[in-house]
Design a protein around this ligand. Sequence first.
Ligand code: MTE
Ligand code: MO
Length: 492
Amino acid sequence: MLLRRTGKPALTGVLCAALGVAAAELLAAATRPAAAPLVAVGSAVIDATPTPVKEFAVRNLGTWDKPVLLGSIGLVLILFTAVVGVLTVRRRWAAIAGAALFGLAGAAAALSRPAATLYDAVPSLLGATIAGGALLWTRARVARPDRRTFLRTALLVTGGAVLFGGAAETVKRVRGSAITRSRQAIKLPAAADPAKPLPSGQAPGFTSAKLYRVDTALSLPKIDVDTWSLRIHGRVDKELELSFADLLERPLKERDITLNCVSNEVGGPYIGTVRWLGIPLAPLLAEAGVDPEADQLVARSVEGMTIGTPVATLLDGRDAMLCVGMNGEPLPVEHGFPVRMLTPGLYGYAGSCKWVTELELTTFADFDAYWVRRGWAAQGPVKTASRIDKPRPFATIQAGTTTVAGVAWAQGRGIRTVEVRVDDRGWQKAELLPVPSSDTWVQWRYEWKATPGPHTLAVRATDGTGAVQTEQRATPFPDGATGWHTITATVD
Ligand SMILES: Nc1nc2c(c(=O)[nH]1)N[C@H]1C(S)=C(S)[C@@H](COP(=O)(O)O)O[C@H]1N2
Ligand SMILES: [Mo]
């Protein structure tokens, strides 16, 4: 009974909201993608999410974190608009109040985005006006007992929503494929300073075609290379502004470098080695003339991420660069197309801003970057770590000699030794496979004479300075996980 009385108005509320959202999405897609309300609300929620919840999401949802977030927002939206639909039957003002709340939330979210302009409120406000108008228009029809009228009304609103939504989707598609085409058309010059050929004797997987992805971008920034530019400013003698073509005129460097995320748990997957092509940063900074007092370089991306890197790490001779290529191709969109920063030896959040458009020279005292404001360490040097990849945790393996294998990393310092421990027997040296430089992980292997029964395997690395990886367990927050990766396996 209750369901019958509330079902129709609830559905109508949801449909009218869908119509408004679709209209707002269409206007934004056609004029300013950054103003699209759904992504704006999602991004605002991400920014406001407390660090422990974010950590939990990255840990337990992996790359599903974004679909789960959008799904949850959708669910809240459906519940809210269903209630507004039901209230509207009784009171006309419920439609107006509901729509206003709805529009203001979207507008506030859009305006809270780092690169927002006043216009960004417009799509949400327009969408809310349409949703509110539709609610008032359907109000009398929904109240009537006859089924035909309701059906016709619902179909009309649904049709409008599908039409607007479809058009918005098409506009986004067209823009996306234009970016894909312009990316494919880019001819990257050969590196003046090419990567050394990889030393022979590596196992498969030393470098890979794909890299893990971690970022806060709910929709990938679609950047037009022809209008993109990089501004180097702040505490410099001379501001520089470079186009993509300007960058490509400079000598390029190609390197195999391991990148990893500070959020990676011990044994976790957020690490990978790929071949990067980029413009060395130190000469650019020399050209701009960095104020000796400026100890922080803040990289800003088009969607408003800020990543702060110690200037000293960019000038100490390591291969810090502005990358334009990955694995012989222009950067993939999800890895920062057209240009990202890369600072070997620092976790991604502290040195590798994707979709970068600004480099500002400042100080750590004057500016806290995005993750620092959320409690993460201001500087993010990579900690020495190691991982067992084979056998897999809880695997059942055959008795006899079996190869235990994995990786170890301490970018910049390099890995001197890796040791494996089986149960409580002592540490045994593993064999290290060759590496091109200290900026990549090292593959290791250990021949284990596996005897029947359950076994516990642990690994630890010693870096190039002689420091042994600590056993002390630490969570990823605030400056990177520590502890020995330990797995159990059963031998038949
Ligand atoms: N613009 C932007 N750059 C970013 C991030 C981001 O959220 N936005 N995340 C950083 C983090 S935390 C990491 S670990 C690396 C991941 O780079 P990848 O996704 O190319 O592997 O990008 C860094 N650069
Ligand atoms: Mo990260």
